[in-house]
Design a protein around this ligand. Structure first.
Ligand code: KG4
Ligand code: ZN
Length: 359
């Protein structure tokens, strides 16, 4: 099966080509363009993002056509594609529409099958991309893997999902306010690290003492699967205000970053281990942009090994953690295997689409 993947839910425009035959990956090409323009606004401006997607996606499509066929010729690419998979939601509606409408137009023009992919499901399937532990597991039913607990941590989502099989999810809990990525980004912004500051805060934290400052760990021990990070953000704001004169001291900044990161990682890890034990899962999967955080990866790897004997921990390759279209194509492949095709005539963007809820 040959799949064209398209992603445009937020501020990354991305296109990928995926070829899988008899459970073996034969080819993966992918291109992603991050919209640098939002840094100067300190956050994503939806209209600007949509215009950037309109300008960029055709260029990326031509680039993928050139990689796959040797020519930047969409007609030739169409002859090599069986299924068009485009992100349908969740995300910014104006951004989603550009990629989804591009996908619908190609499916109509080429007369191909179409799949509207859930962006979060895409993140989950980054665990099946090259470089991941499940990369060889493309043909079977995933026996031995499920039930799996998935921790989804991105800029807009923080969720614990029970994955009962391919494409089968139950939402156990989610954040009641800010997402984990927002906790990173908003703290980073308060520290003057720009946008999106999660990776910069994490780099700074590498040289700091994570036990230096005691910040709140919201809902750490609560007996449910929900999260809340707004209180941490407020605590960080007051903490930095009270230490304003030290904001130019590199030692202080490193210790503050490490302490913030530790508070976020403590909550994510504790709640994940609790939910994994309660649901007697075989596997713990990590997904979403914040999965690129090395501290979180190492902590979950260690905690699963020590506290959940016999449970396997799977983490996505670093290069596929943040938004990309390879993961959308891979999620599309598993949907297509189950013949869960959509109809481009009626398909619309679903900005609020929650995984586990049928449309
Ligand atoms: O999944 P993603 O690319 O976009 C959304 O779907 O939201 O996630 C982006 C989020 C941002 O909040 C970004 O700061 C965060 O992932 N992120 C990180 C790291 N890399 C990306 N947060 C902490 N540490 C990192 N290394
Ligand atoms: Zn994402």
């Amino acid at each position: 099966m040959r799949i064209l993947g398209i992603e445009s839910s937020c501020d990354e425009s991305a296109v990928a080509y995926l070829e899988i035959s008899r459970g073996r990956l034969l080819r993966l090409e992918h291109l992603v363009a991050t919209q640098a323009i939002h840094a100067k606004y300190g956050g994503v401006v939806p209209e600007v993002a949509a215009r950037e997607h309109s300008a960029t996606l055709p260029l990326l499509l031509a680039g993928i056509a050139e990689k796959v066929t040797g020519k930047a010729d969409g007609r030739l690419l169409g002859k090599r594609v069986d299924v068009v998979a485009a992100t349908r939601g969740p995300g910014l509606v104006t951004s989603l529409k550009v990629g989804l409408d591009t996908g619908k137009t190609l499916a109509a023009a080429w007369n191909k099958k179409m799949i509207g992919v859930n962006h979060i499901e895409g993140h989950i399937y980054s665990n099946w991309l090259p470089g991941a532990a499940l990369a060889g597991d493309l043909g079977g039913s995933g026996r031995g893997l499920f039930p799996a607990l998935v921790l989804v941590v991105s800029g807009g989502h923080t969720e614990l999902l029970l994955m009962k099989g391919h494409g089968r999810y139950r939402l156990l809990g989610a954040t009641r306010d800010d997402a984990a990525g927002e906790a990173f980004d908003k703290s980073a912004k308060l520290m003057g690290l720009g946008y999106p500051g999660g990776p910069a805060l994490s780099r700074l934290a590498a040289d700091g003492d994570p036990a230096k400052y005691d910040l709140p760990r919201p809902m750490l021990r609560d007996p449910h699967d929900d999260f809340s990070f707004a209180g941490l953000k407020t605590a960080v704001r007051y903490f930095l205000r009270d230490n304003q004169e030290r904001l130019t001291d590199p030692r202080f900044l490193a210790d503050a970053a490490a302490s913030i990161e530790q508070a976020i990682v403590d909550v994510l890890a504790a709640k994940t281990i609790r939910a994994a034990a309660a649901n007697k899962v075989r596997t713990v999967l990590l997904a979403g942009g914040v999965a690129a955080n090395r501290k979180l990866r190492a902590r979950l790897r260690g905690d699963v090994a020590v506290r959940l004997p016999g449970v396997r921990f799977i983490e996505p390759p670093l290069k596929y953690c943040t938004d990309n279209a390879a993961m959308i194509a891979m999620a599309g492949y598993f949907q297509a295997r189950m013949k869960k095709y959509g109809d481009w005539r009626t398909m619309d963007a679903e900005p609020q689409w929650e995984l586990g809820r049928d449309l």
